[in-house]
Design a protein around this ligand. Structure first.
Ligand SMILES: C[S@@+](CC[C@H](N)C(=O)[O-])C[C@H]1O[C@@H](n2cnc3c(N)ncnc32)[C@H](O)[C@@H]1O
Length: 221
């Protein structure tokens, strides 16, 4: 394994070695998506690729509003096969990441990732129906949503309220809302919808060049 030298960034639990972001690997010796592993002072870290993860892109672009902490309880909607969720679980090493995914195929891969990480809980479910998995999830601190479908802001707002969450991050895909409208208009519409629904919008960041037509919206209550 390659050695590196790193410092913690302003985002808790996220490190920088001068070239790449990394998180401390909570399942040492194991990769989730082919990422490189590095060692520093006897501890293993995983590279966090900004082109494979919208949260990684947000942080790599200088996004300052990461709400994740070592003991955070996170509801992650649209976990797919666990790429980003595994980095969130590395950060929230003493917390819990509830990973909701609707596709049985992605869910199978997600379960394998969760098997190696005691703080990741896989849930086969539909993010639009929080009542269906409410009984599995305690109150959470953060809702993170990354689902490519219509009405992303409304689905996110409903989950924030259902789980009484204090912080949230919405990875918004403009083309899933309306392919004919300018992405910037769609980002602005989502921002004002969330503000109207009573959330404090702390940040809206376009994820270009890592992700075209995507923005990260960070909210508090
Ligand atoms: C862009 S991928 C997520 C990538 C993942 N967040 C990451 O960074 O590693 C979007 C995922 O959302 C899932 N999805 C779409 N609609 C959903 C819904 N209503 N409930 C739960 N998952 C959903 C899709 O099956 C897909 O796996």
């Amino acid at each position: 394994m390659e050695e590196t030298r790193l410092v913690e960034t302003r985002a808790k639990g996220v490190y920088w070695d001068g070239e790449r972001l990394l998180t401390r690997n909570s399942n040492p010796g194991h990769r989730v998506y082919g990422e490189r592993l590095f060692a520093f002072e006897g501890v293993e870290y995983r590279e966090w690729s900004p082109s494979r993860s919208k949260l990684g892109a947000y942080l790599r672009l200088g996004g300052l509003r990461s709400p994740f902490k070592e003991d955070s309880r996170v509801l992650y909607l649209g976990a797919a096969s666990g790429t980003t969720a595994s980095h969130v679980a590395d950060i929230a090493r003493n917390g819990t990441v509830y990973c909701v995914e609707i596709s049985p195929r992605s869910f199978r891969d997600l379960v394998k990732v969760c098997e190696g990480r005691r703080n990741m809980v896989p849930i086969l479910g539909d993010a639009t129906k929080p009542q269906d998995f409410h009984f599995l999830v305690e109150k959470v601190d953060i809702v993170y949503q990354d689902i490519a479908q219509k009405n992303q802001a409304a689905i996110f707002a409903k989950a924030m309220r259902s789980f009484d969450s204090g912080s949230g991050m919405l990875s918004l895909k403009a083309r899933s809302e309306d392919v004919t409208r300018e992405p910037r208009e769609i980002f602005e519409a989502a921002r004002s919808q969330l503000a109207r629904e009573g959330f404090k919008v702390l940040d809206v960041l376009d994820l270009e060049p890592f992700e075209k037509d995507h923005a990260m919206i960070v909210v508090g209550v």
